[in-house]
Design a protein around this ligand. Structure first.
Ligand SMILES: [Zn+2]
Ligand SMILES: [Zn+2]
Length: 213
């Protein structure tokens, strides 16, 4: 275990402040990532302000951030997909049981034992998980994604939550050439929806109350 620099909220009303958090030494299946960019998701704001206290009470200090892009600095002996120097990304989840029907189907986001990237029980260190507003993170290789080197890395970070949130339902419902996709609201997720649906070949329509958008 070692300490990594991070930004944390100490209460629902305090601004984020510089601190350090514990990170585990990489085990055989872990990837250690030096974080270069982390998007700011609205979920980060909800969590640090404890606005989900009835379903997911915030454990303070809270280090949010689940749109992480960085460079691999160390890998465990059993890691096959990554080597030091590779670009890598982490989204909303960092672990799951791997054995339930949802995991077996590749739908780890529905696993009853999924571990979210922050504010979730950390089975390794016994505290809670700490997110991407940090200099470094250690994650099981199953939850680390490859990043093409031709992407703008700062712009790629929001793909890890806002992007997948819009991409997943479009794939589920078969958005493709010859189909029409309607996007309600042109905000952080909406503009991704427009670009992704267009890239998938669909006819795209935006519903908005503002003609400027
Ligand atoms: Zn998010
Ligand atoms: Zn599972």
């Amino acid at each position: 275990m070692y300490k990594a620099k991070a930004y944390s909220a100490r209460s629902a009303t305090s601004p984020l402040a510089s601190t350090t958090v514990a990170r585990r030494d990489p085990n055989e299946r872990d990837v250690q990532i030096e974080i270069l960019f982390c998007g700011i998701c609205h979920s980060d704001l909800h969590q640090v302000r404890d606005e989900w206290k009835n379903v997911m009470p915030t454990v303070y200090p809270c280090v949010p951030g689940h749109e992480i892009v960085g460079r691999v600095s160390k890998v465990g002996s059993a890691v096959a997909k990554f080597k030091p120097g590779d670009l890598a990304a982490v989204g909303c989840m960092v672990d799951s049981d791997g054995t339930c029907p949802e995991c077996q189907a590749g739908l780890e986001q529905f696993c009853p034992n999924v571990t979210l990237t922050y504010n979730a029980p950390d089975k390794h260190l016994g505290s809670v998980t700490y997110g991407g507003y940090s200099e470094r993170v250690v994650v099981d290789e199953r939850f680390v994604l490859q990043v093409p080197s031709n992407l703008d890395l700062a712009g790629a970070a929001p793909l890890l939550c806002a992007g997948i949130t819009t991409y997943s339902p479009m794939r589920h419902w078969g958005v493709t050439k010859g189909k029409k996709a309607g996007v309600v609201g042109l905000g952080g997720l909406g503009h991704m929806g427009v670009k992704l649906a267009h890239a998938l070949g669909a006819h795209v329509v935006v519903f908005t109350t503002s003609t400027k958008k």
